[in-house]
Structures are given as C-alpha cells and as structure tokens.
Write a protein that binds this ligand. Structure first.
Ligand SMILES: *[C@@H]1O[C@H](CO)[C@@H](O)[C@H](O)[C@H]1NC(C)=O
Ligand SMILES: *[C@@H]1O[C@H](CO)[C@@H](O)[C@H](O)[C@H]1NC(C)=O
Length: 358
C-alpha cells in the first residue's frame, strides 16, 4: 500500500531476506534456544502425523527472543504443511504467561491475531506500532502471522509488490503457480494447531482478530467465515472491497484466475452482503487522509453491504481526522484497539481514560 516507498521497501525486503536467511542458518547451526515461555514443548518432538511423515510440522525454531514490556517478543520459523514451505510468525507473551505456566495450570491467556498489510511481515506490528505496551497492560498475548510464504523458488515471487512475497491476501490460491499461497488455511487452521501444540496456555477459545490494510481484508473475511472461532474483530485502514479496488484485481487474478466470480469469497464486502450467521459486531477505524481510502480500502462499501443485509453484522466505522495509512496512524490508534480487544476478552479492569490521541 505504501506505493511511494516501493523502491526503498524492495531494497529493504531484499536485504531483510538475506539477513534473515543468514540469521536463520546461523541460529539453526547453534543449539536451539528455547523460550522459557515454551517449556511445555516436550510436545515439540511429538509428531502429529499418522505414521511415516518425516517432517514434524509442529516443531518450531526460535529466530529471536527478546524481553519486551516485561514479557517476551519471540520470532519463530517452522515447516508449514499447507504452504509447503518455511513460514515465520511472531508471538508476544505478556509477563504473566510464564507465571501461569508454572502456577495455576488451567489459567489460559487470551490472545489477538494481528494481521498486517501488503509489503510488511510479522514484524510490522511489533516493530512499528508499540502494540506490546498495551498487550502487556491488558495481559493479552499477540500472535503475528507473516503475510505470505517467502523464498519459495516461485519465479518472480518478489518482482512486484502486488503479488507474491508479502502479498498473500489471506486467501487460498487456486492457480498452480501460487499453490504455496494458502494463507487462509495457514491462519485459520494450521497456525492455531501449532499454537496449541507448542503453547497450550494460549486460550484458543478466547481470541480475536485485528487487521491493518490487507490484514484488515483478511481479518474481516476470516471473521465472517468463522464467527465461532473468534470473539471479535477490529481493523485500522482495512482493504474491504478488493474486487472493486485498484490493487485488488491484480493479485486476485494471479491467485484465482480471471473470473471475478471466483474472487468474491475472499472479498469482505461480498461476504458480508451474504452473511447469514450469528449477529456480529465489527469496528473499523479509518484515517481521513489515507491516500488509499477511495481506491483500495472503500470501508463505506463494506458498511453499506452490512447495513443492507439487515444489520446482522453491525459495523462501526470511525473516521480519524488527519491520519494517513501507515505506521504513524496505526501507532496512534493502537491503544484504542487493544482496549477494545481486551474488553471483548474479559481483560479490562478499568474504564479507559481518553488518551492523547483521542
Ligand atoms: C482453503 O484451501 C484448503 C485446501 O488448501 C481447502 O480445504 C479449504 O476449503 C479452503 N478454504 C476456503 C475458504 O476456500
Ligand atoms: C475467556 O476469558 C474469560 C475472561 O478471562 C473467561 O471468563 C472465560 O472463561 C474464557 N473462556 C471462554 C471460552 O470464554
């Protein structure tokens, strides 16, 4: 989405990939450092497979593990079954995660899946928005999936910002070329299983979705398709109607083919128009000066489609005067979103006082 920064981003992503793979090789060659939060990883070596599979799809390697607001910010890499590739994700464990583990066995920690935007990675929220401060305050964990598989060997995977690396769109590609791009199944099915196998204290019954930009698009359609798996959903500057956007048709064509009917099940506005599940509430915040607002985000289309479907999905669309699309906006609004999620997850112990940014 940050088109003007594309070139720099390309360079940064390329350098990042090189550094990351060097780091990964280095770490893989060292003894595997395990986070103390994941001691219950006796389960790590236990394969879930029925029979002869060699790869343990639940085993994780730590890329880094850093203290952060009293808790730990940890980045993992693992072999993904559905993406047939290595996948990276990060987790923020608040300080209580460890105490819980060693103390009251049954106490579980609720968490928020944080889905991020085009050209970014699992590191966007943790490094650009200060989100851990609020997770720490409300005692919730955060799970940050990456935005696509990387270094898959698919020709041209990093050539454009619209398709391929960091452009997974949280859908299941059907075109053969992009068969590793199964980010929907990854986020909705595989990653939760990996979390359960490695971090049983994370409360899978008590989790929510938070999305920015392309991650908003993913959060919305994932929530609408699985209203019983998640307790709530909020977005900042979400792509809500990619079929009608400027950017959307290119990746949708690449991943799904050129019949626009096949795109609709991944388009939140199309999905909400036909939604027939239990009543839901969704909160979308939108910077009024976001340059993509009327080209790719179109949150008013989403709200209108929801309203026209009997308000079964109640959409609160809040415009924030003067804010644009990226980190400056997200870091300003993130406190309010973590408060919203903490409330849904039963973690709010006080009334929130208006912050500087309200
Ligand atoms: C996603 O793809 C998997 C196979 O990879 C399939 O089983 C699943 O039904 C797909 N989900 C959707 C919503 O299309
Ligand atoms: C979710 O969290 C709340 C508040 O901590 C708790 O009361 C509840 O038992 C948890 N589990 C479910 C399934 O709601």
């Amino acid at each position: 989405m940050e088109q003007q920064q594309q070139q720099q981003l390309g360079v940064v992503v390329a350098i990042g990939a090189v550094v990351l793979s060097a780091l990964y090789t280095f770490l893989a060659s060292k003894s595997n450092k395990k986070p103390d939060q994941a001691k219950d990883k006796g389960r790590r070596s236990r394969s879930r497979s029925e029979g002869k599979q060699k790869v343990d799809f639940t085993s994780l390697q730590v890329l880094y593990d850093r203290k952060c607001f009293g808790g730990r910010q940890i980045r993992y890499v693992h072999e993904s079954k559905c993406c047939q590739n290595k996948m990276i994700f990060s987790v923020y464990f608040p300080s209580s995660y460890k105490d819980t583990q060693e103390g009251i066995k049954d106490l579980k920690i609720p968490f928020v899946y944080c889905l991020t935007g085009l050209t970014t990675s699992d590191e966007y929220f943790p490094t650009s928005t200060g989100i851990q401060k609020w997770a720490s305050k409300h005692d919730v964990a955060l799970v940050f999936p990456d935005t696509s598989p990387r270094n898959t060997g698919v020709e041209g995977e990093s050539e454009t910002f619209e398709v391929g690396t960091a452009a997974g769109l949280y859908l299941n590609a059907t075109k053969r070329k992009w068969s590793k791009w199964q980010m929907y199944t990854y986020v909705v099915e595989e990653l939760p299983e990996i979390l359960s196998a490695n971090f049983p204290r994370l409360d899978r019954q008590n989790c929510t979705l938070l999305g920015h930009s392309m991650g908003g698009c993913g959060s919305l359609q994932i929530y609408l398709k699985n209203p019983n798996k998640y307790k709530g959903c909020s977005c900042i500057n979400a792509v809500t109607n990619p079929c009608n956007g400027v950017w959307g048709p290119k990746p949708l064509t690449a991943y799904l083919g050129d019949n626009p009917d096949s795109w609709k099940k991944w388009d939140p506005t199309e999905v909400v128009a036909k939604y027939a599940g239990p009543p839901l509430k969704i909160w979308i915040e939108q910077g009024s000066e976001d340059p993509y607002l009327n080209f790719d985000l179109l949150p008013y289309n989403f709200k209108e489609a929801a309203d026209n479907n009997g308000k079964r999905v109640e959409v609160k669309l809040t415009y924030r005067e003067g804010y644009d699309h990226g980190f400056a906006c997200v870091s300003s609004l993130i406190e309010g979103h973590l408060f919203y999620h903490a409330k849904i997850l039963g973690r709010v112990k006080e009334i929130r006082k208006p912050s500087f940014f309200d």
